[in-house]
Design a protein. Structure first.
Length: 204
């Protein structure tokens, strides 16, 4: 695994890591180079469950701290130290990517009257409001991908919260390559995202 540096490290590891100013330059100036592998997320909605064909929902872009609000793949090497996976990026800012996959999963479930993003002009019954709390691989010990997302079902007509919950999943990293890291994150997200969709349909 190669990583971009997010904080200071011992001198012996600097040959593998770049300092934060260099990261910023690479992200802004070289982010579209062919040697930066671009990754997507996948999620399959459950085929069974309650139908809500008389409901339309809105899925706003999830909130996230700045560390997660980017195209970078986050690797946590200690409780206080975070790095970025080198030569790898998400296909969009992570919150936008998560939003897109949730919308697709709701649509593909075939159990709603309509689902959309802000600005699409739907007459909305409920909003599924989410916050990305964790989306990272930890390496201080065993390598494990962790995805944690909180969700609220907001009644769009009166502003009340109908239900709220926190969804978390982990997945072990099977190897040391960048692909292995991203695949573990994808598996964890698929579980969390699927649970959010099923829980939301039951709540509305």
């Amino acid at each position: 695994m190669s990583v971009f540096k997010y904080r200071g490290l011992p001198a012996g590891r600097r040959t593998l890591l770049l300092t934060l100013p260099v990261i910023a330059a690479l992200v802004s100036g070289c982010g579209t180079k062919a040697n930066n592998d671009t990754f997507d997320l996948s999620m399959t909605p459950a085929s069974q469950g309650p139908s809500a064909r008389n409901r339309q929902i809105l899925v706003p872009e999830p909130t996230a701290v700045k560390m997660l609000d980017s195209e970078q793949v986050v690797v946590r090497v200690s409780p206080s130290e975070v790095q970025y996976l080198a030569n790898s990026r998400w296909g969009d800012r992570l919150p936008r990517l998560v939003q897109s996959k949730l919308v697709e999963a709701f649509e593909n479930s075939g159990r709603l009257g309509g689902v959309g993003k802000p600005g699409q002009g739907l007459a909305i019954d409920y909003q599924v409001v989410t916050d990305i709390r964790s989306f990272e691989v930890t390496t201080d010990g065993s390598r494990v991908a962790t995805v944690e997302i909180s969700a609220k079902i907001l009644n769009d007509r009166n502003g009340t919260v109908r239900a709220s919950s926190v969804f978390k999943a982990t997945s072990p990293v099977s190897g040391a390559s960048n692909n292995d890291f991203v695949e573990a994150l994808d598996r964890a997200f698929a579980k969390v995202g699927g649970e959010i969709v099923d829980w939301s349909l039951k709540a509305i």
